[in-house]
Design a protein around this ligand. Structure first.
Ligand SMILES: NC(=O)c1ccc[n+]([C@@H]2O[C@H](COP(=O)([O-])OP(=O)(O)OC[C@H]3O[C@@H](n4cnc5c(N)ncnc54)[C@H](OP(=O)(O)O)[C@@H]3O)[C@@H](O)[C@H]2O)c1
Length: 181
């Protein structure tokens, strides 16, 4: 499967605030439109139990949710389109088979530990950043951020910055596609 990552972060590399929630200050129309369009074309969404894209078509999307609450794989009693996955007990490929999606694109949407699990597998990682927003004491994009930048982590795993798009000129929000050769 093709693996793509999506995140928006503050200037200091935070994807959520100190309370563990994504603040409204990190929500921008241009980024939300890009994210929604991208997820509409994905075949599978993958995220940790506390992350969810919360879009109008979210209920229609097939997804894998990481949790330690089950030993390996299980249907999600709360969502017929969701498979619960504990990586300690089953591989990603097993989880995809259980979800019924074995080709196409998987969109990885966080949080940090989930992003890190796929770090050597991303075909493209879509990094949006709000360059004028600082979130003090928040949750870093990946483990190790902010001691290192998200860009340094992506580069360390063989990804290179490609095209850059301005998503909100007034707020200085841009999007960079980090791709593997
Ligand atoms: N700015 C952005 O683009 C962006 C992107 C993603 C998330 N966020 C925000 O970040 C916050 C969530 O952060 P979070 O760190 O709590 O992320 P999370 O990965 O969504 O949730 C963590 C939970 O997922 C499960 N999990 C994660 N990795 C696992 C693993 N390797 N094995 C088994 N289970 C695993 C565990 O669930 P159990 O407790 O059930 O075991 C863990 O408690 C939210 O506010 C979200 O909105 C923002």
């Amino acid at each position: 499967m093709r693996i793509e990552g999506y995140v928006i972060v503050s200037a200091n590399g935070m994807l959520a605030d100190a309370n563990g929630t994504m603040p409204d200050s990190l929500k921008f129309k241009g980024d939300q439109e890009f994210f929604e369009t991208a997820l509409d074309t994905a075949d599978l969404i993958v995220h940790g139990r506390n992350s969810f894209e919360d879009q109008p078509r979210s209920p229609q999307r097939r997804r894998i949710i990481l949790t330690t609450k089950i030993p390996a794989l299980a249907d999600d009693p709360a969502n017929a389109k969701a498979t619960l996955w504990n990586p300690a007990g089953a591989s990603f490929e097993d989880a995809c088979r259980r979800a019924g999606v074995t080709s196409g694109t998987a969109a990885i949407i966080g949080g940090p530990v989930v992003f890190e699990m796929f770090m050597d597998r991303y075909d493209t990682f879509w990094l949006s950043q709000a360059h004028r927003l600082d979130i003090p004491h928040g949750i870093g994009t990946f483990p190790g951020v902010p001691a290192v930048t998200p860009q340094a982590v992506l580069a360390r795993h063989g990804l290179k910055p490609g095209e850059r798009r301005v998503l909100d000129a007034g707020a200085d929000v841009d999007l960079t596609a980090w791709r593997r050769d």
